[in-house]
Design a protein around this ligand. Structure first.
Ligand SMILES: C[S@@+](CC[C@H](N)C(=O)[O-])C[C@H]1O[C@@H](n2cnc3c(N)ncnc32)[C@H](O)[C@@H]1O
Length: 268
């Protein structure tokens, strides 16, 4: 099914255009090319929860244009493999690795995280997935697959930004999920599925505040540049993305849809 609002192709396809860089700088403070609610401060916090040593092998699922992967490869000297379903995202990520001289420690490939991934058992010290697990259809199967890929004592960190923590109208749910397949999940289910997949839960944290902050700023930064953006985007897409960002901001600010980070370990 084609999503009514095509956010990701537009985002990754225009990643290096100056207007989109300005929008990301205003949204996140520092531009990693992200298409989500992660900032650089949060990237450092998430990295610390992974408990890694330099040269560790990290797998990023749904890496988009590879900003987080490149950031931790550069700063913490780990090796990162990133996969995403979106070809434009992987092309942009590969260009970034070339441009930043990180081709020895960064590898990107197109892969569907709804399927078995093309890596051997116990290949990675950490698996990371930011703001994307909600796009996968069978969460238990995905968690079991990530468990398979981790070495013993390896850690998984993912955020789920689509946790139902209040009342949502049908219209709000439609707009919030207008960019693709979405799984809305009540609190408590992630903990159950992690246990069922074999993981020990290490840490859970409510990280909704970054959604309210970044979605609000992203909306405002785009509105300010509407005339320029309309040279890149059809009006329908521009308006669809604006509605998506506004509803995302409002639901997070009012605490009706939350984002939590889950850190889990394969055996202690
Ligand atoms: C909200 S974006 C987050 C991207 C990146 N993690 C970030 O923080 O900027 C969600 C990503 O999930 C990817 N995605 C959606 N379904 C996927 C699937 N079945 N397999 C792999 N990636 C998928 C999209 O292409 C998109 O890049």
């Amino acid at each position: 099914m084609t999503a009514p609002v095509n956010l990701y192709d537009g985002h990754y396809g225009h990643l290096e255009a100056e207007t989109y860089q300005q929008i990301r700088n205003e949204t996140y403070g520092e531009d990693l090319g992200q298409a989500s609610w992660i900032t650089v401060d949060e990237s450092d916090q998430f990295y610390s929860w992974l408990n890694l040593e330099p040269s560790a092998q990290v797998l990023e699922i749904a890496c988009g244009s590879g900003g987080f992967s490149a950031y931790i490869a550069r700063k913490y000297k780990v090796d990162v493999t990133g996969v995403d379903l979106n070809q434009e995202g992987i092309t942009a990520a590969t260009h970034r690795a070339d441009r930043e001289g990180l081709t020895a420690s960064l590898h990107f490939q197109v892969a569907d995280a709804n399927e078995q991934l093309p890596f051997s058992d116990a290949s990675f010290e950490a698996v990371f997935c930011n703001d994307s697990i909600n796009h996968l259809r069978n969460r238990l199967a995905a968690l079991k697959e990530w468990f398979r890929l981790l070495k013993p004592t390896g850690r998984l960190l993912y955020t789920d930004p689509i946790l139902v923590t209040g009342q949502l109208s049908n219209e709000e749910m439609t707009i919030r999920s207008s960019i693709g397949y979405y799984l809305f999940t009540p609190l408590g289910i992630n903990e159950q599925l992690l246990a069922e997949a074999g993981f020990d839960l290490v840490h859970v944290e409510d990280v909704t505040a970054n959604v309210a902050l970044t979605a609000g700023r992203w909306h405002a930064a785009r509105e300010k540049r509407k005339d320029v953006l309309l040279q890149f985007e059809p009006q329908e897409r521009y308006e669809g993305v604006q509605r998506f960002l506004w509803v995302t901001h409002k639901l997070a600010e009012e605490g009706r849809l939350s984002r939590y980070a889950y850190v889990a370990q394969k055996e202690r």
